[in-house]
Design a protein around this ligand. Structure first.
Ligand SMILES: Cc1cc2nc3c(=O)[nH]c(=O)nc-3n(C[C@H](O)[C@H](O)[C@H](O)COP(=O)(O)OP(=O)(O)OC[C@H]3O[C@@H](n4cnc5c(N)ncnc54)[C@H](O)[C@@H]3O)c2cc1C
Length: 381
């Protein structure tokens, strides 16, 4: 689809593609197998200045979500976990950029853009994931700031983060994010989940035992100011679609390579019509998902926001991650028994694809957003 890209966009896509082929491909299996945070990949992305990509020019970036999507797509084609390192940097960026004070932006965004600081975001709790309103972590007002008490789960990147954006409810006001620094008294990163996918970046529990944060660590000009942050996070939702398109592309390429070389009944498996049509369907679905991704990312760059963006971003995320799951499932099927072996890369694609249908708002929640935009809220018939 390079005809949809400008000269500049093609140049950046091709340079990330080369980086991925030359430096990332050979590490992907190992990262998944060990389940250890890939510090070398973090340094690699940092060295190439990739963290800055979606940041505004004053932070050394291009300000373009489209370019950021291209980078994610290329990395995720070969290694989900390495692409994830960019997302982990960009989600807190989006939240701070949307809702942070000037002082917070000046203090934290340059470090995030350069890769000198790492962040994570903690919304999910044991009893509530999709239903953010159900969180129980509390921010109690005290002199000069707040005391945070509660617990989080599934906080990805927490074990290496310099600071974490923790969602907590301020009594009588609503939800805010609070900047909690590594090493704050009463704050601890707990047990990491044993995951089937996204294994390279640990997702951990957090414990907050009356952690003090100053007034200036609240994200949002007002107490209960989470809505503006949510809108900011909508802007980065296309990045999840980019991950899915890259993953699906990589899975299809593995399947093509396999069926061309595998023989059965005296012929190449890739010559059986049923198999050819499976590959054709993968190609159709991936191009459709990529087109919607590109359209959505360009719309973000052109300023689409709020309720106009939410359903489009949800459609891109839903379509692309459902396509990634279907393509990875069919691709694994084509590998026969060897697809079940954890030593085959396709096995990893299948496990990582499942994660994409769940993270950043499950696909059911995305469908609720889309349905609301088409039908209005439920219960009004
Ligand atoms: C690898 C990984 C990394 C993650 N990283 C982070 C992170 O860094 N920070 C963080 O805060 N969280 C993180 N999460 C958590 C993730 O955001 C949540 O898992 C997700 O929001 C869903 O919440 P839940 O698991 O509690 O499911 P629930 O909300 O309990 O949902 C259970 C099921 O019910 C469905 N459901 C719920 N409500 C509705 C509804 N209204 N209509 C239809 N269906 C509904 C859901 O779609 C789902 O199928 C991560 C999760 C994974 C798997």
């Amino acid at each position: 689809m390079s005809e949809m890209l400008s000269e500049d966009e093609r140049r950046i896509r091709d340079s990330v593609r080369r980086l991925a082929e030359e430096r990332v491909r050979s590490r992907a299996m190992e990262i998944d197998a060990s389940g250890e945070y890939p510090q070398d990949m973090f340094e690699l992305l940092k060295g190439f200045g990739l963290f800055a990509l979606p940041f505004p020019p004053e932070f050394g970036g291009s300000g373009s979500l489209f370019l950021a999507s291209l980078a994610i797509e290329e990395l995720c084609r070969l290694c989900y976990n390495t692409a994830y390192l960019l997302i982990l940097q960009w989600t807190p960026f989006a939240a701070l950029f949307a809702g942070g004070s000037d002082e917070q932006k000046k203090r934290l965004l340059p470090g995030l853009a350069a890769g000198d600081l790492r962040a994570a975001i903690a919304l999910t709790e044991p009893q509530s994931g999709s239903d953010l309103a159900g969180i129980r972590t509390r921010a109690r007002r005290v002199e000069g700031g707040y005391r945070l008490a509660g617990g989080k789960v599934w906080c990805t990147g927490a074990s290496v983060a310099d600071f974490i954006l923790v969602a907590a409810r301020v009594e009588g006001a609503g939800i805010n994010l609070f900047i909690v620094e590594k090493g704050a008294e009463g704050f601890a990163v707990g047990r990491a989940e044993k995951k089937m996918g996204a294994r390279g970046v640990p997702s951990s529990a957090l414990h907050l035992d009356d952690v003090f944060v100053g007034e200036n660590e609240r994200v949002g000009a007002e107490e209960g100011g989470f809505k503006i942050v949510m809108e900011g996070l909508n802007r980065t939702r296309p990045l999840i679609a980019a991950r899915a398109v890259g993953l699906a592309q990589g899975a299809m390429e593995l399947a093509i390579d396999f069926v061309k070389n595998r023989r059965a009944f005296g012929a190449s498996v890739g010559d059986f019509q049923g198999v050819r049509w499976m590959i054709a369907d993968m190609g159709i679905e991936i191009e459709a998902a990529r087109s919607l991704l590109y359209r959505t990312a360009r719309a973000v760059d052109e300023g689409l926001a709020g309720t106009a963006l939410a359903p489009l971003a949800a459609m891109a995320k839903c379509l692309a991650s459902d396509v990634a799951m279907r393509v990875a499932t069919q691709a694994l099927q084509l590998f026969g028994a060897s697809g079940i072996s954890s030593e085959m890369p396709i096995n990893r694609y299948f496990r990582d694809a499942k994660v994409l249908q769940i993270v950043e708002g499950t696909n059911e929640i995305q469908r609720n957003i889309i349905a609301r935009s088409l039908l209005g809220p439920p219960g009004r018939a």
